[in-house]
Design a protein around this ligand. Structure first.
Ligand code: ADP
Ligand code: MG
Length: 737
């Protein structure tokens, strides 16, 4: 029999397996298991080692052990406070073990007399009885002497782990040998086991070593498929695009702009600008991601990119996610570019001042008409704005470069819209102050080139961060008052404006890592009753409370996105001048606000913010010569929120925090944002498989370099397999030769 391709398995319905009864098909289908391929990639959630069951009689106090036996008695009763307690007595022929469960009255039904059961937990001697409190319970029948896979199962589908194991065993046996799509040289170099062994050992391992090797191989395959798609897409885009080869003008706008900065560029900034200008000069359109921590100086790099396009006779656009940010960027770039002149043959002297414009949904009427006309005529050089830039009737005379700031969701579709705005493909630079770990960058932004600003401008002072409970809030205000009395300033950040989140914001997710609790399977998570969470505070109420309480001797201003622009400008300029000592604000202070005299920040309801956001906010202080402090005010809520706060207290490095964030949140959210439909990652985890991600990237690059359309005979199997995971459209785009 010839080896099996995944396509073949994907074309074989599970109903063809003899061990699968007709009546289970609907249940399997509800678990998205339709084909043998689905079944074989329904990977175990964990494995139970049945090779080493302990005898109950020999259990020592405090010993972690696995015990296999059958239930001889189950009983439930209520403790004081009405708390249910269930006791299950297990007999393994050598002795009795009492298993105790609190708040899980369903255990009695789950474990009736006579049912075979395996429990794992810490044995204790309690009043002469051996017992385990909340052991992990497996209803895996009498399978002993081997490592048994425990499958994710759905109680609704009424298909247990044991049955799934039987179906898988038959599928593996009937599948026999699997096709090996990855060239042997790569497998050898990475010490990866063959695919046949991998599928066998992930489901029915003989040793833990074999199980780990199997997982590594199958995770690699997932990552390789993804990277092959990303690398091909990147190559394709480069091949198909008609980019602009910008002229690099010696002594032009860029040189003048950089030459007049009041500071020296950091080494990172110089490298980034050089990379970007090389991209701009090349006829291949730039698709680059610039990552740099808060305050690393990305704006200068962005402006250098846009000015390069203007130098070369084109226009530039800077796109940001919110109107508030657009306004801030508009004012600051107009100021930074104020002295620059561009060539204009129609004028006396042949030059005119460089023109920067602002376009958001708030730009209306005559102002809007004027900007659109200037844009079309080429009289406007750099346009700053929100997504409003992407709408149809915004036409540029010649759009040459686009910078997209803080836009994690800027994806393929948006790029396509931009492309429609120009006769050639504009160069695109995506910037983010939320660094993402390398493994995630390679995956989520795998079709972009990467530049990292890994250096902060000199003169930053460290920020000491402390997490205080609400009960301890006075500690923060005491420190704030001391700073204010010493002539310095403070920020107070609250999550809400009048009970609503700031524009463009959403509350940090509460994705709890961990297994879903399903009856019959087990989880170590003990769900605690969640404490009453206090409602988040809003800027208006907080301003009143602080101004009449802890900060009543001081001048307090207020800033949020719903204020009229004029008022915002006024508040900011008063704060900048020191007329206001305290600024109570929403996340609008996250970006663009730079007041070196502000040395303390209090973030209220800090548990409502994500890691990246807390880090961004905190970056508003630590900009002067005096050491700064940041206080996070929050009561402990959920383990995930707590770990977020702990991470922010522990580290001031954006890249480290990004790793922590990835570990806490998993890659789901990151992948989801940009890789729609890319759900093939069942085993691979970007946080723990960093080396595999990099290895898969290298292998994919070397394969695509040698054979861009995967048409060589030795790549047939790989291409055949990729086909399973891509849409028709994408296949057409990627593998046309
Ligand atoms: P971000 O990367 O967070 O967007 P910005 O571009 O806003 O950072 O820069 C933060 C501050 O640092 C600004 O005030 C900017 O003028 C200043 N800055 C940028 N580059 C340098 C540098 N090389 N030396 C000193 N200050 C710099
Ligand atoms: Mg910035």
């Amino acid at each position: 029999m010839s080896p099996r391709r995944l396509r073949r398995l994907a074309g074989t319905p599970v109903s063809e397996l003899k061990s699968v009864p007709e009546r289970k098909l609907a249940g399997l289908s509800s678990m998205e298991i339709e084909t043998v391929f689905d079944l074989l990639t329904h990977y175990p959630r964990r494995w139970v080692d049945r090779r080493n069951a302990s005898q109950i009689v020999a259990l020592a106090d405090g010993e972690e052990a696995l015990v296999s036996g059958s239930v001889v008695r189950s009983s439930s009763r209520r403790l004081r406070g009405n708390r249910p307690m269930t006791e299950v007595l297990v007999d393994d022929g050598t002795g009795l073990l009492k298993c105790v469960f609190f708040n899980q009255p369903w255990r009695a039904k789950q474990l009736p007399n006579g049912s075979p059961v395996t429990v794992f937990g810490k044995a204790e001697l309690f009043r002469g009885t051996r017992q385990m409190v909340h052991p992990v319970v497996d209803l895996l029948g009498n399978q002993t002497g081997r490592i048994v896979a425990v499958y994710p199962q759905s109680p609704k589908a009424r298909i247990g782990s044991v049955e799934l194991g039987e179906y898988v065993a038959e599928a593996l046996e009937r599948a026999g040998e699997f096709v090996e799509p990855v060239p042997a040289e790569h497998l050898g170099a990475l010490s990866l086991v063959g695919r046949t062994a991998a599928f066998r050992d992930i489901h029915r391992p003989e040793t833990h070593g074999a199980r780990r090797a199997a997982r590594r191989r199958l995770a690699f395959d997932e990552l390789l498929r993804l990277q092959l798609l990303l690398v091909s897409r990147k190559r394709r885009l480069a091949l198909e695009a008609k980019g602009i080869a910008h002229d690099i003008v010696e002594g032009g706008l860029v040189d003048r702009f950089l030459g007049h900065l009041p500071f020296e560029l950091t080494g990172s900034q110089q490298r980034a600008i050089a990379e970007i200008r090389a991209d701009l000069a090349s006829p291949r359109p730039m698709n680059r991601l610039l990552q740099g921590d808060v305050g690393s100086g990305k704006t200068v790099v962005a402006l250098a990119a846009l000015l390069t396009a203007v130098d070369s006779g084109h226009q530039g656009a800077l796109m940001v996610p919110t109107e508030v940010l657009a306004e801030q960027h508009f004012y600051s770039s107009r100021e930074m570019l104020a002295e620059l002149e561009v060539e204009d043959s129609s004028r006396i002297g042949g030059t005119r001042p460089l023109v920067v414009g602002l376009l958001t949904n708030r730009t209306t009427g005559a102002e809007r008409a004027r900007i659109l006309a200037e844009l079309r005529a080429g009289d406007l050089d750099i346009l700053v704005g929100t997504h409003a830039l992407l709408v149809e009737h915004v036409e540029f005379a010649s759009l040459g470069a686009v910078v997209v700031d803080e836009q994690h969701r800027f994806g393929v579709e948006q790029r396509a819209l931009l492309r429609e705005k120009a006769s050639s493909d504009p160069d695109v630079l995506v910037m983010t102050a939320t660094p993402i770990p390398r493994s995630a960058a390679m995956t989520v932004y795998g079709d972009l080139d990467q530049t990292v600003l890994d250096e902060l401008p000199p003169g930053r002072t460290p920020i000491r961060t402390r997490w205080l409970s609400w009960q301890e809030e006075e500690t923060a205000w005491r420190h704030v008052r001391a700073e204010l009395d010493a002539g310095r300033q403070a920020y107070v950040v609250c999550p809400l404006v009048d009970g609503k989140w700031e524009e463009g914001e959403e509350e940090a997710g509460e994705e709890e890592a961990g297994d879903e609790l399903t009856e019959g399977s087990e989880s170590r998570l003990v769900s605690l009753p969640s404490p009453e969470r206090r409602p988040p505070r809003s800027v208006n109420e907080e301003t009143d409370r602080l101004a009449s309480g802890p900060l009543d001797r001081h001048s307090v201003g207020i800033l949020h996105g719903q204020l009229p622009s004029r008022e915002k400008d006024l508040v900011m300029s008063r704060f900048r001048k020191g007329e206001l000592q305290v600024l109570v604000a929403t996340t609008v202070v996250e970006v663009g606000v730079d007041v070196p005299n502000a040395t303390v920040m209090v973030i209220e309801d800090a548990d409502r913010f994500g890691i990246a956001q807390l880090h961004q906010l905190r970056g508003r202080v630590g900009r002067g010569s005096v050491p700064s402090r940041c206080f996070l005010l929050a009561d402990p809520v959920t383990p995930v929120a707590d770990r977020r706060l702990e991470a922010v207290v522990r580290s001031e490095n954006g890249f480290e925090l990004a790793e922590a964030d990835l570990e806490l949140r998993g890659e789901g959210t990151m992948l989801g944002a940009r890789q729609k439909g890319r759900t093939d990652l069942k085993l691979a985890a970007l946080s723990t498989d960093r080396d595999l991600v990099a290895a898969a990237r290298d292998v994919a690059t070397s394969i695509i370099d040698a054979d861009g359309s995967l048409s060589r005979p030795e790549h047939q199997d790989l291409r055949d397999e990729l086909d399973l995971f891509v849409s028709d459209e994408e296949r057409e785009f990627l593998f046309r030769s």
